[in-house]
Design a protein around this ligand. Sequence first.
Ligand code: PFF
Ligand code: NA
Length: 456
Amino acid sequence: SSASGAATPSPAFWSSRLAFILAAAGSAVGLGNIWKFPYITGENGGGAFVLVYLACIAVIGIPVMIAEVMLGRRGRQSPINSMREIARQEGVSRHWKALGWLATLAAFLILSFYSVIAGWTIPYIFHALQGNLVGVDGAAAGEMFGQLLASPVELTLWHSLFMLLAVLVSVGGVRQGLERAVTWLMPALLLLLVMLVGFGMSTDHFGTALRFLFEPDFSSLTAAAVLVALGHAFFTLSLASGSMMAYGAYLPKGVSIVRTSLLVAVMDTAVALMAGLAIFPIVFANDLEPGAGPGLIFNTLPVAFGQMPGGSFFATLFFVLLLFAAWTSALSMLESVVKWLEEQGLARRKAAITGGLAAWTVGLTTVLSLNVWSGFTPLDSFERFEGKTLFDLYDFLTANVMMPLVALLTAVFVGWVMQRCSSEDELGAGRTHRLWLFVLRYLTPVGLVVLFLYNL
Ligand code: PFF
Ligand code: NA
């Protein structure tokens, strides 16, 4: 990539199929799997929610992922300009560019609060290093977490540090740093999760956790929960927010999009389920509340680490890995924005700093939502949004409104607007293509529309 030439967007390519898989998996695997999945599963009652989530991944997530990587590879630019370029190639309205805009906006908004949450891992690394977690019980862990959230200054510090890390790698472009980081990160994270699941098995409550996660009780499933599961399927796979399109843009022709997408989705799902299996035994063993919300893993994992031999070491490793997982995800969100800024004539360096700084600024409102503005719930007059802070609203708006909408537009565009021969050119003609196109044409849009209407 050329950081010096002002108007030349970096024409990078992934160096191999494996590099793309690692980068896409790096984007997918993040806070969504280890922080968000357990707590929304806890809030929404477990088994039935998990099952709906898995169905959403299979029926909607994977086909949409294939579509997005394909659009990226065809457009070879930022999501915004890729959509413009493909619309031109296809001879359809330029306004399809709006899909790219909406996706990029979602990525930007998510990045703004993602960075705040990712920042939480940093003080926990220090706690673990100093041995502060040794012997903590549920109450002590809760207090530790509460103190962190109560301090806007501290939160801003960690948020700033995290965003700085993301910008630093983004400045270097896709190949340097990013590719190398994910190569060892993914296996290490997996190994550590296996270990934590092992610890969960050693508690008396592994069975309770298993039943909680995999014994569906549909009587407790609400329509709102189904929407949350759907939104999370997009969030966790980095869909409907430009990232997969942006990464697809660097994918060499000839790599199988279907096979790689499947692999990435399977890895992401495996990590989420393992996180659930690691966390819920601790929740039940310590009488903690599964529906505790965003603090769930920060209230539970310290307890587990505090009890196991070598806990300080493993806790340090875990929070470092979580930080790295969040880092590679943040990079992919930044990429859609940075790439577009580059296309506007900014040098890579300037583009990365501008995008990061803008998201950082919006992120400050999330920092304040957690303490000073925790009582500021501007949409209280709507029952659905009652008690939601700005942070809650960003989360809701992105995962439950913008992402389903972008996914719907993507399905309609690829399924109905784009010529069939164009997608066959990318994916190869045949049975797989026919099945994929069928799902994208009928199941995906109908599912999304029904869910939307049902929730209104
Ligand atoms: N997939 C990431 C996670 O599960 O943590 C979050 C994410 C990354 C969402 C990139 C959106 C995105 F564009
Ligand atoms: Na994920």
